[in-house]
Design a protein around this ligand. Structure first.
Ligand code: ADP
Ligand code: MG
Length: 340
């Protein structure tokens, strides 16, 4: 009997397709395995292509996320992948599966969130598809972007000795999810509002990604969608390197720290393996780290230096004086936290 998908995990499953997709079209510069595919259609620019699927009950509970938040979020998570390549977003296609009993007002909310986010980041909804989906809402968005050919930043470009930087705060989205699951009784209303906003309304860091790429400050880059450990792990794997992360240097918000204290939890876990922060994680040659930090500050963002790329394989975390390879590698759709 063929083993179940859960034995492969999400990444083993993607690898099934990656291995089969080897007959490359001459336009394919980067195929499966980065935040966007990179295509060469001629000229000095590269085309960036990415898609993300959000499913009711897997990615969102209708009661936790308004339709407008969901529209915003589905656009934002795609734009975050374009940001991670150093690109600019151009156009989006929206594929919708909707239960026939859904209220029109819900779809109008979804539209407003989606189109509002697109407008804020300068791209346009240019098409899509709509079908009936009795089992629950399905929102699949595909975004096309572009970047100058010599400025595209891949996961695979990391060099030994590169400083690993990330914009913060990290972990707020997972802290917000903790609140939605019923935690956080007694948390101050302004902390609650800030953490829920981080979960519901992530903002893609397109301006930062573009600026780091234009100034050639990043050897490698990824957006933090599945937790810092897992996402840095992707850079390590694609760059053939290892990394050490300093958990004491994590950019945690005061609100997340206060929630963790209240619950007897460690906010560092939300940053390391929580996911859905949609901040950028990038690897900068040692001599350029100060300039990269200046670029972040110029855009009103704070960058934290979290460690270095080096020899070896995988991500080790230095925490309270101990170095270890973390057991919780972040979100896996076919792993224990993903299966529902
Ligand atoms: P991200 O979190 O940046 O959206 P994912 O972890 O979802 O990236 O995907 C990792 C890589 O695998 C990406 O390059 C993505 O395009 C590719 N991928 C995911 N699912 C499939 C699939 N079913 N077929 C082909 N490629 C896939
Ligand atoms: Mg990504």
């Amino acid at each position: 009997m063929s083993p179940p998908l859960s034995s492969l995990g999400e990444f083993g499953l993607v690898a099934l397709f990656e291995r089969a997709a080897q007959a490359r079209h001459p336009a394919t510069r980067v195929g499966i395995g980065d935040d966007c595919a990179v295509l060469d259609l001629g000229g000095l620019e590269r085309v960036l292509l990415t898609t993300d699927l959000l499913l009711e009950r897997v990615h969102f509970e209708a009661a936790w996320l308004s339709a407008e938040d969901l529209g915003h979020k589905s656009m934002a998570v795609n734009l975050s992948d374009v940001a991670a390549m150093g690109g600019e977003a151009v156009a989006a296609l929206l594929a919708l599966g909707l239960p026939p009993g859904l209220e029109v007002a819900w779809v109008e909310g979804l539209r407003d969130g989606l189109v509002g986010c697109a407008r804020a980041y300068g791209l346009e909804l240019v098409g899509g598809d709509t079908v009936s989906a009795p089992g629950g809402a399905v929102v699949c968005l595909t975004v096309l972007g572009r970047a100058p050919a010599d400025e595209v930043v891949l996961r695979s470009g990391g060099q030994p000795g590169d400083r690993v930087l990330a914009t913060g705060p990290l972990g707020d989205s997972a802290a917000g999810l903790h609140l939605l699951r019923g935690g956080g009784a007694g948390l101050a209303p302004e902390d609650r509002a800030a953490l829920l906003l981080a979960h519901r309304r992530p903002e893609p860091q397109l301006a930062l990604g573009r600026e780091l790429a234009r100034r050639r400050l990043a050897h490698a880059m990824i957006d933090v969608s599945d937790g810092l450990v897992q996402d840095l792990g992707h850079i390590c794997e694609r760059s053939g390197l290892g990394a050490e992360l300093d958990a004491d240097g994590l950019p945690l918000s005061a609100a997340a720290r206060r929630l963790a204290a209240l619950e007897g939890l460690d906010a560092r876990d939300w940053a390391l393996s929580g996911g859905e922060d949609y901040r950028l994680l990038f690897c900068v040659p040692g001599g350029l780290a100060a300039e990269a930090e200046r670029v972040c500050r110029g855009l009103g963002l704070e960058a934290a230096e979290l460690g270095r790329l080096g020899a070896g394989r995988g991500v080790r975390v230095r925490r309270d004086g101990q170095v270890s390879a973390p057991a919780d590698q972040g979100f896996d759709h076919f792993g224990p936290r993903g299966a529902r």
